[in-house]
Design a protein around this ligand. Structure first.
Ligand SMILES: [Zn+2]
Length: 505
């Protein structure tokens, strides 16, 4: 906490320096400030040249990835259907000299791209799935694109392209500077509910990776050390007997009654679960006409808790509620686990390296036209927005790995197998929530691209630093082993199921 406090004190000075547009001076100053924040000796300015050249490498390359991010934004393909988006990223990596294997872990839109033969293995996580129901132009007013139903409301068009940009920049830099290292880009489909990364984890495709670079679009810049919630998502399908609802109701058995009885029990259960647990559901299929007793109804449940084991236990209680509901309503029920993942296991040693590098990069500076866009977006918020300067600030590093933020991601499983960082950058206008039309709009503008560059530079710097200084990896590994505990064995929460390739159909 002490280091975090110091960082926040020096931040205004740092912004001033980054505003000079002289990257070398800014980088040297940033290193100095970061050194003070970390309570270490001030580094020799000359030793910082490599950082300037890694950042320059991203600057030289990003026009290709900018075009890809905007194209993937236009494709807006949903989970496991990201055929064109995945192909575009694979082509980019193949053209940059990576060896690409596609269709891995039983997912046609998944891939692994590898470069290098020896040295530390650094992975990069790429996502590229869109969200259904978020068709939106890049304008700062709610406007759907005709004929489109999905949009990148979680900014995954930037996420995938930014990860690839960072990987290619790292490759170019280590090749030019004779640094040993192996780079692996993991193309992971269907983050939004399909849990693509869990299949990489379960099938052993992450074996041998020393450290994972991971980022997500957001409305601020920072490096996260908080955990999040483990989650199990599954569908309950009730079967009844259909009759005319007025003429012969006595002969019918309503599948919807089964769903409603289950939901009532789950809602009563809320009083008797742990505070940080979550249960939510959507009725995804039932009758369309009130005068028909439905013979089929389906409800989709998400169950969450900070711990994977407790999530499983809560899930079992929800399954019991389904069975009880079926018994009482004269219906039958079956369920299918669609996805399940762990909470994020933070690594503070890795977060410190990542954060120091982000300070060198600086945040997102808006042009005049971007300020106008941001003001127009801000006007559409129901509540007052934080100050726009948040986009240029780097949030202080808060070391609190046992704290929880109440989302979930399939990154969780990766983080229990490989030390994984979590960079967030301001690709959205400050105050924007993910999964909103405002986040789709920003993800397809220069604001989104600038945030993506901050992430790519931070990850490329961190990857290069870890390859140049393998002792840092030892420190990261020691913390990783301590946090997992002795004899840790990963068991996925999805059992033996194959990827739910049709879960969005
Ligand atoms: Zn996301």
């Amino acid at each position: 906490m002490q280091a975090a406090k110091r960082t926040s004190i020096i931040r205004p000075c740092l912004q001033h320096v980054t505003g000079l547009k002289n990257r070398k001076i800014a980088a040297i100053a940033a290193l100095w400030f970061a050194s003070i924040a970390a309570g270490v000796e001030i580094a020799d300015a000359a030793s910082d040249d490599w950082r300037v050249s890694v950042i320059d490498q991203v600057e030289k390359l990003h026009h290709v990835d900018d075009a890809n991010a905007l194209q993937i934004g236009r494709f807006a393909e949903i989970g496991f259907q990201e055929i064109n988006s995945s192909r575009l990223l694979q082509e980019r990596l193949r053209n940059a000299g990576f060896d690409v294997k596609s269709g891995v872990a039983g997912m046609p839109t998944a891939f692994i791209a590898t470069y290098g033969k020896e040295g530390p293995v650094v992975g990069f996580l790429a996502e590229y799935d869109a969200l259904a129901g978020f068709s939106q132009t890049k304008d700062p007013v709610r406007t759907a694109i005709e004929g489109k139903s999905a949009g990148h409301a979680c900014g995954h068009n930037l996420l995938g392209s930014g990860a690839v940009l960072a990987a290619v920049a790292t490759k170019e830099w280590i090749t030019a500077n004779n640094v040993k290292g192996i780079i692996k880009v993991f193309g992971t489909p269907a983050e939004e509910g399909g849990g693509g990364k869990v299949y990489f984890a379960r099938d052993g495709l992450l074996d041998g990776v020393d450290v994972m670079m991971n980022w997500h679009p957001d409305s601020y810049n920072g490096s996260i050390t908080k955990s999040n919630l483990a989650m199990i998502a599954g569908k309950f399908r009730f079967y009844g007997y259909s009759t005319h609802a007025s003429a012969f109701p006595q002969n019918g058995r309503s599948a919807l009654d089964g769903v409603e009885a289950m939901n009532m029990m789950a809602n009563m259960m809320r009083e008797h679960i742990e505070e940080k647990s979550r249960i939510h559901y959507a009725i995804t299929q039932t009758n369309k006409a009130p005068n028909v007793i439905p013979d089929f109804a389906e409800v989709f449940y998400f169950v969450r808790n900070p711990e994977a084991l407790k999530t499983q236990q809560l899930w079992e209680r929800v399954v019991k509620a389904a069975e009880g509901a079926a018994l009482g309503t004269g219906t039958t029920v079956e369920h299918e686990i669609i996805s399940g993942h762990y909470g994020y296991l933070a690594n503070t040693a890795l977060a410190r390296v990542t954060h120091a590098n982000m300070l060198h990069v600086g945040g997102v500076e808006y042009s005049e036209s971007e300020i106008t866009f941001a003001r127009n977006i801000t006007k559409t918020f129901p509540n007052s927005a934080p100050d726009m300067s948040r986009a240029v600030q780097i949030q202080p590093l808060e070391i609190n790995p046992s704290d929880i933020w109440t989302g979930s991601s399939d990154v969780g499983d990766v983080s229990w197998l490989v030390p994984t960082n979590w960079v967030r950058t301001a690709t959205y206008v400050p105050g924007t929530s993910a999964h909103s039309w405002q986040s789709v709009a920003a993800s397809n503008t220069s604001i989104g691209l600038k945030g993506m560059h901050v992430a790519a530079k931070t990850m490329a710097l961190t990857a290069v630093e870890l390859m140049k200084t393998p002792e840092l990896l030892d420190e990261i590994r020691t913390e990783f082993d301590e946090r997992r505990g002795p004899g840790y064995k990963y068991v996925s929460l999805i059992g033996e199921r194959s990827p739910p390739l049709d879960y969005m159909k």
